[in-house]
Design a protein around this ligand. Structure first.
Ligand code: FAD
Length: 505
């Protein structure tokens, strides 16, 4: 009797642990497209196309390598397809790689057992850090410092290490990474991948079956095969990596990528290997083709932040998505879906998202995330929105970034202080304030930028809780000296009332 490797849509790696457990000449790969979740949640239509098309191309790739693939399209759920697979192939054992999402492997194992199959869950080898080691390191700590974790990962991988010391004499070059691009700067174009017959078939199905889902109707140009993903990454390394660092925190209206890599959708489904990407980036530094502050910054995102949020998520589950340290309770405003707001930075982020399925990190953190934090929007509503609206979103990566990083709803487990900022920051890092209806220099008055009064109102409302955090001392001292607090409170209350009532902003 053969063995089966059951491969999920975010496990499209040739080195995944379940695939490694079977023999391609004797055994079978099982893949199931499940419509259940997609019907319940308004995922961006490009996400549905991306995942299903990437799965079909992966099946084709495996068949090209001699594997037998039992592929089930458009299933209402996993159970009927799994039953059909068991009836046809009678595997002696199913191998499933542990899921990145908490509890999913357990649920699928329970299903398999209910149907009478023997199933073994193998450890997930698509991440670089070890869950048990992280839990031991985290034990007893109230706040987890990413930088400490990152240095351990640098030592573990040997990336940018000069013996025991960091390359260039420092672990972190963030101070060099806060430039604003000059006006009219020409950003590199992003390569496009025209849909082939497989992708076109998926697009037609999604258009017909998921018509009301989020996202601007338009073209789909993401890579969906391993070869195209590698070419997309090579283009980033050659044309954008060198300036990744300096413009990492910038915001430019109409630009979804700047010098960011746009690789997260591909890494998160297993089409790209994060460690291999880091080694390629490191190589470009040693070859004199990319500056150290850029290469270090890129590597920190992958072996630092990405691994860190994955581990914090598993540490804090199952209760993490429900955390609400700041008792925020306003419903998600409609403009998060429609982009219909006079705040130009928010409108630009949401319209980019509607068109392309992504925003760069600063738009996610300092525009849509920051607004939700300052205004007091329900963390659960915001978490759902980021999950449904983005092409690269999976629970393990959305939840810590939203609940922990953007909204401080975990009380500081993941971030050492709230990422709260007024329009001053947004104006410093980009060009959105220039032509905005609101005035970024004003805090009160009908045309004052909402970020300003909401910022001081946020500090005001949470002063007591934030006082426990020494990193907030400076801002709390400024808050105590503010003379115009009554006017700020009134303006913020009016904005929050408008948000509650669904009025324009
Ligand atoms: P780059 O800037 O080029 O960075 C390189 C890579 O580093 C990324 O591809 C990604 O794999 C990794 N990375 C960087 N920062 C993070 C981080 N904070 N967490 C995890 N990985 C990171 N990332 C997702 O992959 N999926 C999400 O759904 C997601 N939601 C987010 C929600 C919020 C509120 C915030 C603040 C961040 C979120 N991120 C998410 C993290 C980050 O914004 C994206 O990974 C990044 O913008 C993807 O674009 P890029 O590939 O061009 O990244």
């Amino acid at each position: 009797m053969p063995l089966t490797a059951w491969i999920l849509g975010d496990q499209l790696s040739l080195t995944g642990a379940a695939l490694a457990a079977i023999d391609k000449d004797r055994d079978v790969v099982l893949m199931i497209e499940s419509l259940g979740r997609a019907r319940r949640r308004p995922y961006h239509w490009q996400k549905l196309v991306f995942v299903w098309s990437a799965m079909r191309h992966f099946a084709e790739e495996l068949e090209g390598q001699g594997y037998t693939v039992d592929y089930h399209r458009w299933q209402p759920g996993a159970a009927p397809a799994l039953q059909a697979h068991l009836d046809r192939h009678h595997p002696s054992r199913l191998y499933l790689m542990d899921t990145a999402e908490h509890g999913r492997a357990a649920a699928l194992s329970a299903l398999a057992k209910r149907l009478g199959a023997a199933i073994e869950v193998t450890p997930n080898n698509l991440f670089l850090s070890d869950r048990a080691a992280f839990q031991e390191w985290a034990q007893g700590k109230k706040t987890l410092i990413m930088e400490t974790f990152y240095r351990r990962m640098r030592r573990q991988t040997g990336l940018l290490m000069d013996g025991n010391d960091p390359e260039g004499g420092a672990w972190n070059f963030d101070k060099e990474n806060r430039e604003r691009p000059p006006a009219g700067h020409d950003f590199p174009t992003i390569p496009r991948y025209e849909p082939d017959a497989i992708t076109r078939g998926v697009i037609d199905y999604v258009n017909a079956e998921f018509a009301g889902h989020f996202g601007e109707p338009g073209d789909f140009a993401w890579p969906v095969t391993r070869a195209d993903a590698a070419a997309f990454a090579a283009d980033f390394l050659a044309r954008r990596l060198d300036l990744f660092g300096p413009y990492e925190d910038a915001i430019v209206v109409g630009e979804r990528a700047l010098y960011h890599s746009l690789l997260s959708p591909l890494i998160n489904v297993g089409l790209l290997d994060p460690l291999a990407l880091c080694r390629q980036a490191e190589q470009r530094y040693y070859a004199g083709q990319a500056r150290l502050n850029s290469v270090e910054g890129f590597i920190r995102q992958l072996i630092g932040w990405r691994e860190f949020v994955y581990q914090v998520y598993h540490l804090a589950m199952p209760g993490y998505p429900a955390r609400n340290f700041l008792d925020a309770d306003i419903a998600l405003p409609d403009f998060y879906w429609t982009a219909d707001t006079r705040m130009r930075c928010v409108a630009d982020a949401v319209s980019n998202l509607r068109r392309t399925g992504v925003n760069h990190h600063i738009q996610r953190l300092m525009i849509t995330g920051n607004f939700a934090l300052l205004a007091g929007i329900s963390p659960q509503a915001v978490n759902d929105w980021y999950w449904f609206a983005y092409l690269d979103a999976y629970e393990w990566v959305v939840t810590p970034n939203v609940i922990g990083m953007a909204l401080y709803a975990d009380g500081g487990l993941l971030a050492t202080k709230p990422y709260a900022a007024s329009a001053n920051y947004i104006n410093k890092m980009g060009d959105a304030c220039g032509d905005c209806y609101f005035n970024h220099r004003q805090t009160t008055g009908e045309r004052a930028c909402p970020f300003n009064s909401l910022y001081w109102d946020f500090i005001d409302r949470h002063a007591e809780r934030l006082a426990e955090n020494p990193r907030m001392n400076l801002i709390l001292a400024q808050h105590r000296r503010k003379k115009d607090l009554p006017a700020i409170r009134a303006r913020a209350a009016e904005i929050r009332r408008r948000l509650r009532d669904g009025d324009d902003l």
